[in-house]
Design a protein around this ligand. Structure first.
Ligand code: MN
Ligand code: MN
Length: 300
């Protein structure tokens, strides 16, 4: 990596990425499964953390995207290093706790671990959902400074529940984009990284944008890329993303982690932060700090 290393700035961006993820989840969840037209009819433009939606959430409540990310983060931090068994164990404890929402593919993979100890779900052509990509952030923070470690850990964590080349590719690309953002890379530099994914898998091309924001990882990444590269602030990126509807909490979470890392803590609107659960925010801040200091970039 040729960018200069500024450790205090990276620490702060790491926390902003994780908080951005939770904020994006909470902003998008009330409009999950709505179309862009339905959102426009109900809200005009949704730009506040509203609560409600099909899960009847409290304003600021987060869903599986944040909760599974917290599971992965807790496992890595408590092991003091990479522990796939630890992550699977946290997912299992979370599933037993009867979470407010859990995707079918995630549930199947976690149950296979619980019943048979399986740590890699077999290839399945229907596993191209976004459930592995949405929880990539802790792995990205933990692997900062080592691209090979990122690739290995990204795929391992993904295949606990999703075994599909497009999911794997999206997870690795998101990890790289987070790494570059933490190091202060420019948007054109990040765009080149997105183009690298598209060169390998042209289906991720997002310009012209097709406007699909489903839970298919390709649609999810196109939506995040379109709004992340067009937006000029954290708020613009997030509002654009969630107003697309569809899997809005997950596109919101993924865009939030990128935009948080890129724009930094100061960019996250205070009025959104005030809606978030204090305890969740405190745990996120502590875990992101502990993950980043475990990374190769900090251990050299
Ligand atoms: Mn969710
Ligand atoms: Mn979702």
């Amino acid at each position: 990596m040729t960018l200069p290393i500024n450790l205090p700035d990276i620490r702060s961006r790491a926390a902003a990425a994780f908080i951005g993820l939770a904020v994006g989840d909470a902003l998008g969840a009330p409009v999950e499964f709505m179309t862009a037209g339905e959102i426009a009819a109900k809200y005009g433009i949704l730009s506040e953390i509203a609560g409600g939606g099909w899960l009847r959430l409290k304003p600021g409540q987060v869903t599986d995207d944040t909760e599974m990310s917290l599971c992965a983060a807790r496992a890595i931090v408590s092991a003091g290093g990479w522990s796939l068994e630890g992550i699977a164990g946290e997912f299992a404890a979370w599933l037993r706790s009867k979470p407010v929402d859990v995707g079918d593919t995630c549930r199947r993979g976690i149950r296979n671990f619980m019943l048979k100890g399986v740590l890699e779900t077999p290839f399945n052509q229907w596993d191209g959902g976004n459930g592995a990509a949405m929880r990539m952030l802790p792995t990205a923070l933990f692997t900062l400074g080592d691209d090979g470690l990122l690739e290995r850990c990204a795929v391992e964590q993904a295949r606990l529940t999703h075994n599909h080349p497009l999911s794997d590719a999206a997870c690795i690309a998101l990890g790289r984009l987070v790494h570059l953002s933490l190091l202060g890379a420019s948007k054109p530099r990040l765009r080149r990284e997105a183009e690298r994914l598209i060169a390998a898998h042209p289906t991720f091309a997002f310009d012209p944008y097709r406007g699909l924001a489903t839970g298919y990882v390709v649609d999810t990444m196109q939506t995040v890329f379109h709004h992340f590269f067009r937006g000029r602030t954290f708020e613009e990126c997030l509002v654009g993303t969630v107003n697309q509807g569809g899997d809005a909490d997950t596109t919101g979470a993924i865009c939030g982690m990128l935009a948080g890392a890129f724009y930094g803590m100061e960019s996250i609107p205070q009025r959104w932060l005030k809606k978030m659960d204090r305890r969740v925010m405190d745990e996120i801040s502590e875990l992101s700090e502990r993950l980043i200091v475990l990374s190769p970039a900090f251990r050299e």
